[in-house]
Design a protein around this ligand. Structure first.
Ligand SMILES: *[C@@H]1O[C@H](CO)[C@@H](O)[C@H](O)[C@H]1NC(C)=O
Ligand SMILES: *[C@@H]1O[C@H](CO)[C@@H](O)[C@H](O)[C@H]1NC(C)=O
Ligand SMILES: *[C@@H]1O[C@H](CO)[C@@H](O)[C@H](O)[C@H]1NC(C)=O
Ligand SMILES: *[C@@H]1O[C@H](CO)[C@@H](O)[C@H](O)[C@H]1NC(C)=O
Ligand SMILES: *[C@@H]1O[C@H](CO)[C@@H](O)[C@H](O)[C@H]1NC(C)=O
Ligand SMILES: *[C@@H]1O[C@H](CO)[C@@H](O)[C@H](O)[C@H]1NC(C)=O
Length: 398
């Protein structure tokens, strides 16, 4: 009996020593990669903008919400960059990959499909890698939908209270609204003359919450979001600076001020309802649990809200992405990597995204001048200084 106890104690000490020493995550080989991507630069949703300012809006060369030629080009550069990285890591066999090796799935919206196409056409030149998507839809595939799933009144009350608290008298939003009043000259606009909204700081938002639908906020918040989003897309697209916001947003300080509404849009509308019930979150959990049977490379192309939802639901420590004003930047990717030292496997997750000036500039990325790369850490996985956490721990705790 005593011997048994001593033996148990010794075993515990041994386990402790092993745990304290941690793992030596070096000489690792890249085994599998799953990329969750946001689409690249799109034309803004411009259908209602003329109501918010009577000044002439710059003409738009393509339909609202569609990937722009520059967006396709920059996504191609991303594809090339990833293929360089794959080569460096000896990740994929030479030549064109087969369907069991590379799997690409996009949301059914035009900009997400086109983004996936641009990525694979550059990453795998002349290979005609298939981009799969839900063929019967033209917009939101249920997999990428980020709607309210929890049907209890208690949850609804909680969400509405929190959204209203974040919206009301928010000094950051009021600062955006004051600036936009001036930029738009809203007193001369159609919304002032017809709807009596002549000052964005003085009107209220209404929040609608319906199970199975997106949370919708109508009022100054949405108006400000649409206007700023249009300015940002025009900036990325390379429009001359004097044509964006009628030449009134020319400094980084001003961009930082007005883009607060796009960051808060993520925090207020989406993080508030972060939900492990979201189909994409369930799909990722299932995928990682069965990862041995999954393709070496998986690319999923969706939207900022998908990256937001996954980052929150899986419990990543929150990060501020350097050199960007967007919280989930255009063309950005959460890259789940499975590495192995042939004894054990490790997870590493990085956020790979174009900086504010890389998007404007539109130059190629390479291993020497890469896109921005930030390590993401899970709150609940024992992650080393380089961002590796034991694969088994990750999968067991998912
Ligand atoms: C690293 O791994 C490779 C392949 O598994 C092996 O050939 C090489 O000897 C290892 N290098 C070191 C320094 O352990
Ligand atoms: C690419 O693949 C699609 C579907 O598999 C096929 O319809 C198309 O003809 C192919 N294009 C080329 C250039 O091979
Ligand atoms: C698309 O619609 C067809 C005909 O209604 C149906 O047979 C098919 O299962 C649908 N496909 C998907 C992926 O839902
Ligand atoms: C729904 O929300 C309520 C209240 O916050 C919570 O107690 C419950 O666990 C949630 N249900 C699901 C399925 O997440
Ligand atoms: C906005 O809401 C506040 C507080 O509920 C109210 O006092 C104010 O009259 C409302 N303003 C407008 C323009 O409806
Ligand atoms: C901008 O583009 C030029 C030429 O294409 C390149 O040399 C420069 O490094 C780029 N700057 C940034 C910040 O990407």
């Amino acid at each position: 009996m005593v011997a048994k106890i001593i033996c148990l104690i010794l075993m515990k000490i041994l386990i402790l020593i092993v745990l304290c020493e941690g793992f030596s995550a070096n000489n690792l080989t890249l085994k599998q990669v799953l990329i969750l991507s946001r689409h690249n630069i799109k034309y803004p949703w411009s259908n209602v903008l003329h109501k918010y300012s009577s000044k002439p809006w710059p003409p738009q060369a393509g339909a609202s919400e569609v990937l722009t030629p520059k967006g396709a080009q920059l996504e191609g550069y991303m594809g090339e960059y990833f293929s360089e990285w794959f080569k460096k890591e000896h990740f994929l066999p030479e030549g064109c990959p087969d369907e069991d090796t590379v799997y690409v799935y996009a949301n059914a919206a035009s900009r997400t499909k086109a983004t996936a196409r641009a990525f694979v056409d550059s990453a795998f030149k002349s290979c005609n890698v298939s981009v799969l998507y839900h063929k019967n839809l033209t917009d939101w595939d249920p997999l990428f939908r980020f709607v309210v799933y929890n049907s209890t009144e208690a949850y609804k009350d909680k969400v509405l209270q929190e959204i209203n608290r974040k919206l009301r008298n928010n000094p950051k939003l009021l600062a955006v609204y004051s600036e936009l009043n001036k930029i738009l000259e809203i007193e001369d606009s159609q919304v002032c003359k017809q709807d009596g909204i002549c000052d964005l700081t003085q009107s209220n938002d209404t929040v609608s919450y319906e199970v199975g639908k997106f949370v919708v906020i109508e009022g100054p918040f949405r108006k400000a979001y649409l206007v700023v989003n249009a300015f940002v897309m025009n900036y990325y697209n390379g429009m001359p600076i004097q044509d964006i916001a009628w030449g009134q947003v020319t400094t980084l300080e001003k961009w930082n001020l007005i883009t607060e509404v796009t960051r808060l849009n993520q925090v207020i509308r989406f993080t508030t309802v972060a939900d492990r019930e979201a189909p994409l979150v369930k799909y990722l959990i299932k995928t990682f649990k069965e990862y041995d049977e999954m393709p070496k490379l998986m690319l999923l192309v969706g939207h900022d809200i998908n990256l937001n939802c996954v980052a929150n639901a899986l419990g990543f420590k929150s990060i501020d992405l350097p050199n960007q004003f967007e919280k989930y930047p255009i063309g950005g990717k959460i890259v789940f990597q499975r590495w192995t030292d042939s004894k054990s496997d490790y997870l590493k997750v990085e956020y790979v995204y174009p900086s504010w000036s890389q998007l404007r500039n539109g130059s190629k990325y390479s291993l020497e001048s890469p896109p921005q790369t930030v390590v993401m850490r899970l709150n609940w996985c024992n992650t080393d200084e380089h961002g590796f956490c034991p694969w088994n721990e990750f999968v067991d705790k998912l």
